[in-house]
Design a binder for this molecule. Structure first.
Ligand code: MOS
Length: 722
């Protein structure tokens, strides 16, 4: 079995993504987007567009498709296009042109004339800080404000007054877009009252539910398929505008409809990561022991306030043992595209602020940054009684320091020719979560087995993990397992998000396998069956009884069954009342800043991770390398440039900088492997999003070590280091 089952299909181009599907009579939709940041559409003249060659229909808020509002359990509302004439950002879907070819639809879309009643727009988080409002509870499971004070301390300010050393700094992080290789897109086929949609997403049962709600159909009338997803990162957690529009248009026209956002539209007609401003105040004893930690956050959100980037909810709340803690979260609704989950939501920008501030504190104390972190190692989240189930962060630092040569680090860096060389560290943490999931486990009469769930593999490696966990649970070689996912007709696997899929699907496979083996043993020893009345056990893919043993396929054939299936379902349970759960890691970065040109280049990176049991080492390593690259991107490259008009100046992959190979050195990924069976039976915690958490701070801290310049915003550019 290849280390990645889907790899040969993907690298040979034979993997079929959503828009790779074609059907007889298929027509093409093109999304029309707004050109103002705030206002109302007064009218849309579609006369020229409608009479353009090949055009079948032009939909708009004045001639809409039948789409109802959508709210999904656990995830809340999501925006559905063309339901009103309000425009809240540049690049918002406001129309949908359907034609016989893609080119015809695109040409006709250019002919749509839109009149707006424009309103002043707020497009900058910095400009809106004065008008920030308290984040409402309910956008995350953590309270937006929290204060924990030790006895005898009346306010967090008193705690700082009592601290011999105080560091107080404000950090800024740029808004970002997911920019998956596969644009948000769909092929929708309406036939005999049922809808089939091929569209990359993070959970096909959720997409089927959202489409059924929008089209006011019974969920059983919708089938969502996404066997391959070309990147998601949180940005395909909800149904995209092209999927809603293609689905409704397919029903209206009675034809298959294909629609895809253009690359530029991906930057606006989807949702991205918020911009943040974070003020961190740390108070410490002279030996580095934290007395008080305060983390005040402001984040951008869209006008509908659909998402709050939870920078201070997860990070400072849980990372360090501190006697006094205060966090707050304010939001600034802007006339910019919606914000949503994006790879390590909260932790990614939150860790830049917190881990930069810890570096500043280490400097103020004249202390080694690793020693400071170890001094404040938390055994449980402050204010909570529940200890971490398993935490080996100290070991991550110990192994990492040795491997990376941390002892060579000089307090003011060193010079190598024209390069100033510095080293930085940061902690990585990401909550270990699990969602309810169901997986069907089928034993076939030919001695093969299937494991199937509606969940998605957005490139993270779930497909291979399913085969591996299935093989282990059924005690047969993985080559005999066929994993299936990305089909809403399969048992509901929920969302591949929050670095949960291995733990969620994996435990459901274990449960399903145990059930189907019980069923097999019952069949094998039933009256008239090969092991009639015998005590039977299962091992090595075989049923063993007093009279001998048979493969499960032989048993099934003997009792006249072609297959048997059990659906295993698991969900977080009692363990949540006993421990706190998180994955941990230590990042090391070496950065070179050129003495004259001031360019910063990451020259070495190491991440040591404590994520419980590692199921597929290659996939896990690849997830973490990818996350670390994303961290370099955040630190040195990535961010929207927003014009005052609310238009993005760099809504393409030429201007929206991401690292290329030349920007990325060899990345060293190490694991400390302590299976966490207090969290789930499989013992695996998440190893996806944590890869990026802390990297931007490690890079910024290394730049400070090299140059003495403390940059408190990302991305860090040449002009910051002059
Ligand atoms: Mo997660 S934000 O769905 O990578």
């Amino acid at each position: 079995m290849p280390a990645r089952l889907d790899a040969p299909l993907k690298v040979t181009g034979s993997a079929k993504y959503g828009v790779d599907h074609n059907f007889p009579g298929m027509v093409y939709g093109y999304v029309v987007v707004s050109t103002i940041a705030n206002g109302e559409i007064e009218s849309m003249d579609v006369t020229a567009a409608k009479s353009a060659p090949g055009v079948l229909a032009v939909y708009s808020p004045f001639d809409p498709l039948a789409l109802a509002p959508v709210a999904t359990p656990m995830l809340g509302e999501t925006w559905v296009p063309l339901r009103d004439t309000e425009v809240a950002y540049v690049g918002q879907p406001i129309g949908f042109v359907v034609a016989e070819t893609f080119e015809q639809a695109r040409d006709a879309a250019m002919l749509v004339e839109v009149s707006y009643r424009e309103r002043p727009a707020l497009t900058s988080l910095e400009d809106g800080l004065d008008t920030a409002v308290e984040a409402a509870p309910g956008h995350t499971d953590a309270p937006p404000t929290l204060t924990v004070l030790e006895d005898g301390i009346d306010s967090i300010d008193d705690a700082f007054a009592a601290s011999p050393v105080v560091v107080d700094a404000t950090y800024h992080t740029a808004p970002q877009n997911h920019t998956p290789m596969e644009p948000h897109s769909a092929v929708a086929v309406w036939e005999d009252g049922t809808l089939t949609v091929y569209s990359g997403n993070q959970g096909s049962d959720l997409q089927a539910y959202e489409l059924a709600t929008a089209l006011e159909l019974d969920p059983s009338a919708v089938r969502a398929l996404n066997p391959f997803v070309g990147g998601a990162f949180g940005g395909k957690g909800r149904t995209s505008a092209p999927a809603f529009l293609a689905a409704a248009a397919s029903r209206a026209l009675g034809k298959p409809v294909k629609a895809s956002l253009t690359r530029e539209q991906v930057f606006t007609a989807t949702a991205g990561r918020a911009a943040t401003v974070q003020r961190i105040t740390l108070g410490a004893e002279r030996d580095g022991t934290l007395v008080a930690l305060r983390h005040d956050s402001w984040c951008s959100t869209d006008i509908a306030r659909s998402f709050i980037e939870p920078t201070s909810h997860g990070t400072s709340r849980e990372w360090y043992a501190t006697r006094n803690l205060a966090i707050s979260q304010k939001i600034v609704p802007l006339n910019l595209p919606p914000t949503t989950f994006m790879r390590a939501p909260g932790e990614a920008p939150g860790s830049f602020a917190l881990e930069s501030a810890m570096d500043e504190l280490a400097e103020a104390l004249g202390m080694d940054p690793i020693e400071l972190r170890q001094r404040n190692n938390s055994l449980a989240p402050p204010g909570k009684d529940l200890q971490w189930s398993s935490k080996h962060l100290d070991e991550c630092f110990r192994i990492g320091a040795e491997r990376f040569g941390w002892s060579e680090r000089a307090p003011r860096g060193r010079a190598e020719g024209d390069w100033l060389v510095g080293m930085g560290v940061a902690v990585a943490m990401f909550p270990a979560l699990r969602f309810p999931a169901s997986v069907g486990v089928t034993l076939n009469a030919d001695d093969t087995a299937d494991v199937g769930t509606s969940g998605a593999d957005p490139g993270t490696g779930l497909l291979t993990v399913m085969a591996m966990v299935g093989a282990e649970s059924l005690d047969i070689p993985a080559a005999r397992i066929t994993p299936r996912l990305g089909d809403s007709a399969l048992p509901a696997g929920g969302m591949s998000g929050g670095s949960t899929a291995t733990a969620s699907a994996g435990t459901a496979i274990m449960a399903g396998a145990a059930q189907v083996i019980d069923e097999l043993l019952a069949l094998a020893s039933a009256p008239g069956a090969p092991f009639d009345g015998e005590e039977t056990t299962y091992a090595d893919g075989r049923v063993h009884g007093a009279t001998g043993s048979m493969t499960f396929g032989e048993v099934l054939r003997a009792v006249g069954r072609s297959s048997i299936t059990a659906v295993g379902s698991t969900a977080p349970g009692e363990e949540m009342t006993k421990h706190s759960f998180s994955s941990f890691g230590a990042h090391f970065a070496e950065v070179r800043v050129h003495r004259l040109t001031r360019e910063a280049r990451v020259s070495r990176m190491l991440g040591v991770f404590d994520g419980g049991r590692v199921i597929n080492p290659r996939a896990a390593r690849s997830q973490l390398e990818g996350g670390m690259i994303w961290g370099v991107s955040a630190a040195l490259h990535e961010g929207f440039e927003v014009e005052p008009s609310g238009r993005f100046a760099n809504a393409d992959l030429a201007g929206y900088l991401v690292p290329v190979n030349a920007d990325i050195p060899e990345i060293d990924v190490q694991f400390v492997e302590y299976p966490d069976t207090l969290h789930n039976d499989l013992g695996a915690r998440g190893l996806g999003e944590i890869g990026t958490v802390g990297v931007a701070a490690a890079v910024a801290n290394a730049i400070h070590n090299a140059t003495g310049i403390r940059v408190r915003h990302i991305p860090i550019r040449i002009e910051d280091l002059l």
